[in-house]
Design a protein around this ligand. Structure first.
Ligand code: NAP
Ligand code: ZN
Ligand code: ZN
Length: 352
């Protein structure tokens, strides 16, 4: 393997209260099973904000966020068989796991019983080397945690699929969204807009529940049959007991009871949104109609590849606004104000 320079430019948060700024990190020398990726684009997930601002209480600083990574293979270790230099590839929220527990053996590495290794804000399996994410020029990842981006999806619009795409595809598959199923998507942000596109492509009848009707035209363009404003109490009366499945993507705490009231008998609401505050779930919002309240976390490596191939087959990708990296703090503020349609994606060519 040729010697490579592994000092890598990045953007980092140094504390929960400071804006992100330019920072230099060091990537490991690629091992025999590693792929070095030249990062071209990285999506901006709301989880980046939760973590950079230490809202989940598990932040490790300095933190280089970013787990929606799309790029080109620049180097491969000598035993790498899955990729070659020049391939279009992606990395999502995971860069390693134990590979031997039941979850790992089933391709559900996100639920690794020994704890999977997060792409950033985590530690490698040695328990001490911090991981740094995709707000950077290069990353070195084991080939088993790299996926192939289909030729038909532009790299910038593919990046958000690595988290927003898989996080919504996985529960839609698990709870069998498809023809004859009525699915509501709550919150039309990065995750929500992908949930609508994917559920519609699966053949489900999709309704969007957004705080207002501002995004109604977009919701319909993404494939929703209807969109309702949750600020209007009449919405909850009109839609009572009407959904088989609700994908809840809300990033801050909201009244869960009113959304549970929209489930049919035996319906399920899946929480993918991860607000820091505990949620209140009254017993009688679940018991009388045998409703389920569930959670779901990203997706494993095989399912992530399956999702990318599904998106290619159905002509799906994220609706994005490409930004220069020095606009990242502004982008965070805009996301907090709901001013994003529908995912910011950093162009790493702007990190010089
Ligand atoms: P986002 O783009 O900011 O979208 C969140 C949407 O939630 C907003 O667009 C808004 O939709 C709605 N919302 C926000 N505050 C609300 C409130 N108080 N009441 C009602 N609706 C509200 O965020 P994202 O990147 O899609 O992420 C969404 C959440 O999923 C975050 O908590 C993130 O950490 C989490 N997440 C979880 C996983 C997982 O594995 N489970 C993976 C990725 C992200 P409207 O404007 O349409 O109302
Ligand atoms: Zn994410
Ligand atoms: Zn495992």
């Amino acid at each position: 393997m040729p010697a490579v320079k592994l000092k890598t430019k990045a953007y980092a948060a140094q504390s929960p209260t400071q804006p992100l700024e330019s920072f230099e990190i060091e990537r490991r020398q690629p091992g025999v099973y590693d792929v070095l990726i030249e990062i071209k684009f990285c999506g901006v997930c709301h989880s980046d904000i939760h973590q950079a601002r230490d809202e989940w209480g598990n932040a490790i600083f300095p933190m280089v966020p970013g787990h929606e990574i799309a790029g080109i293979v620049g180097l491969v270790g000598e035993n790498v068989s899955k990729f070659k230099v020049g391939d279009r590839v992606g990395v999502g929220c995971l860069v390693n796991s134990c590979r031997t527990c039941d979850s790992c053996k089933e391709g559900l590495e996100q639920y690794c019983e020994k704890g999977s290794v997060a792409t950033y804000n985590g530690y490698e399996r040695d328990g001490k080397t911090p991981t740094y994410g995709g707000y950077s020029k290069q990353v070195v990842v084991d080939q088993n945690f790299v996926v192939r981006i289909p030729e038909s999806i532009p790299l910038d619009a593919a990046a958000p699929l690595l988290c927003a795409g898989i996080t919504t595809y996985s529960p839609l598959m698990h709870w069998k969204a498809g023809p004859g199923k009525s699915v509501a998507v709550v919150g039309l942000g990065g995750l929500g807009h992908m949930a609508v596109k994917i559920a519609n492509a699966m053949g489900a009848n999709v309704t969007v529940l957004s705080q207002s009707l501002r995004k109604k035209t977009d919701a319909e363009r993404f494939g929703a049959k209807a969109a309702y404003a949750t600020s209007d109490p009449a919405t909850f009366k009109a839609l009572a007991s009407s959904f088989d499945l609700i994908i809840n993507t809300i990033s801050s705490s909201a009244d869960i009871t009113q959304y549970l009231s929209l489930l049919k008998r035996d319906g399920t609401m899946v929480l993918v949104g991860a607000p820091p505050e505990p949620l209140q779930v009254p017993a009688f919002s679940l018991i009388p109609k045998r409703r389920s309240f569930a959670g779901s976390m990203i997706g494993g490596l095989p399912e992530t590849q399956e999702m990318l191939d599904f998106c290619a087959k159905h002509g799906l990708a994220a609706d994005i606004e490409v930004i220069a990296i020095d606009k990242i703090n502004e982008a965070y503020d805009r996301m907090m104000n709901g001013d994003v349609r529908y995912r910011f994606v950093i162009d790493l060519a702007t990190l010089t």
